[in-house]
Design a protein around this ligand. Structure first.
Ligand code: TGC
Ligand code: FAD
Length: 405
């Protein structure tokens, strides 16, 4: 499927998305007019630009290229960073709501925005020099330039401390060798924020640009999940990286882990969006589908599923909102973020599985979004720290005992 065919499909299938957000506890009343404006802008964009094409993108494993600029136009790349670098200057609740709406459309679309905003722009802003900020951030904010984040390696996933990607100081440049795996956006990224060890074994972050000799980004194929998101490797074979591409303001594993706090926070909200879409689809279907002479919505077993879904969505919404206020005040802890990421993704996966059952056979088709969300969420529950790793982070916080190793 070509990009031109996607654009034609977008026109042909416009207006099909009937989504209505549940809001049982009137959480909207906790939001400002600005929050609601941002949420509604992103929702309208998703209905127009994503919903008409996303099933076909996933069926054909095609990344919709036009969303790179589109996401920039609606301010979804690091909306929480300052306006002087071309970003939104908004608060963390605005950022969360934007991620909620994007993931309501598709986790892969939210992934594209999360990586660009939280894992590429955020470290450049937080750890980069002023020259690096001015050089990269405005272009990344519009989507003119795209980035990716390389932490995971073939042999180091949950435990990035054992990474072997490394660089040697050659006087006028750094010589980078190694490989990263499972990297979202890598096949089209113009730059990669890469975490690698120096000769003393200390982790540093550096910016590698496409076109540097010895740097390649092979795509990962045959995914059953996040099929509309581009995933690949980063391979460094004696890549000469200019010294000015090193982040001057951070060293150690806390560099990449700090970026993950921001991305995991966004995922907490995003998962709520995916869950809301599954619930809304199952509710509508259950009112329209008749068996044994009445709508299946009238059977107690289906009502139990819907009631439990709405309860869990409402709890997750409140968790996000409170975490957002703590983020705004600079008081959110990594363990609090782990609790929200872990709970909300697990909640969304359970809702997707139950909603899928409510649609019977129709639930497995691409005519409805549920199976796509369900398969996407299998990646979301794994990346940015697995379900189990977040439990261990919480366990350490509660007991003071490290159960990782
Ligand atoms: P540990 O010894 O605990 O910590 C090393 C240093 O880092 C500090 N630190 C943090 N700092 C900020 N935020 C956090 N969340 C932090 N967690 C730890 C810590 O204080 C220490 O600092 P210092 O100054 O003492 O050196 O590290 P460890 O090696 O024991 O590992 C801890 C563990 C397992 C929790 C951590 O490594 C971890 O979170 N593992 C999971 C790996 C992971 O999440 N990878 C994600 C890759 S990126 C990705 O998946 C993108 S998908 C994007 C998309 O498509 O949406
Ligand atoms: P492993 O670490 O090998 O874990 C395997 C299993 O063992 C898991 O169930 C885990 O919970 C469990 N386990 C591990 N350690 C322990 C322990 N101490 N105690 C108990 N159980 C344990 N990475 C990036 O750097 N950048 C990206 O952009 C990126 N995008 C991704 C996109 C996709 C679609 C996917 C699937 C992954 C992506 N990742 C990315 C990688 C992701 O962060 C890792 O997959 C994740 O951190 C887990 O690492 P792993 O797959 O190596 O699993």
């Amino acid at each position: 499927m070509t990009q031109d065919e996607l654009l034609q499909l977008k026109e042909k299938q416009a207006g099909r998305d009937q989504y209505q957000q549940p809001d049982f506890y009137l959480v909207d009343e906790l939001l400002t007019d600005e929050h609601k404006l941002i949420r509604d802008t992103v929702r309208d964009w998703v209905k127009k630009e994503i919903s008409p094409i996303i099933d076909d993108c996933c069926q054909h494993a095609v990344f919709p290229d036009y969303i790179k600029r589109g996401l920039g136009e609606i301010g979804c790349y690091a909306p929480q960073l300052p306006a002087e670098y071309g970003c939104g200057g908004l608060d963390y609740i605005s950022y969360g709501l934007a991620m909620q709406e994007l993931e309501r459309g598709d986790s892969g679309v939210r992934s594209t925005a999360s990586v660009q905003g939280s894992l590429v722009m955020y470290p450049i802003y937080k750890f980069g020099s002023e020259e690096q900020r001015r050089k990269y951030l405005p272009k990344l904010a519009t989507g003119e330039m795209m980035g990716c984040f390389g932490l995971t390696e073939p042999n180091q996933g949950s435990d990035p401390s054992g990474m072997t990607t490394n660089f040697v100081d050659k006087g006028d440049h750094l010589l980078l060798n190694g490989a990263k795996m499972w990297i979202s956006n890598s096949p089209f990224a113009d730059i990669a924020v890469v975490w690698a060890k120096n000769e003393e074994g200390i982790v540093h972050g550096l910016i590698v640009e496409r076109g540097m000799e010895g740097f390649t980004t092979p795509e990962t194929h045959k995914k059953w999940s996040l099929r509309a998101s581009a995933t690949g490797e980063l391979v460094f074979d004696n890549v000469k990286v200019p010294k000015e591409n090193l982040f001057p303001n951070v060293k150690g594993l806390k560099g990449p882990l700090t970026c993950l706090n921001s991305a995991r926070y966004g995922i907490s909200w995003g998962a709520v969006g995916a869950a809301m879409d599954c619930y809304d689809t199952a509710l509508r279907y259950s009112k329209e589908r008749h068996q044994f002479g009445k709508p299946i919505a009238g059977f107690q077993l289906q009502q139990k599923k819907l009631s439990e879904m709405l309860t869990e969505i409402t709890k997750a919404q409140l968790l996000c909102w409170r975490l957002g206020t703590l983020m705004n005040e600079g008081r959110a802890t990594p363990a609090q973020i782990s609790m929200a990421k872990r709970n909300n993704v697990d909640m969304a996966l359970t809702i997707a599985r139950n909603a899928r059952q409510m649609l019977g056979g129709m639930g497995i088709t691409g005519d409805y979004p549920i199976m796509r969300h369900m398969m996407n969420l299998e990646s979301v529950v794994t990346y940015e720290g697995t379900h189990d790793i977040h439990l261990l982070i919480l366990g350490l916080e509660i007991t003071g005992e490290n159960a990782f190793s």
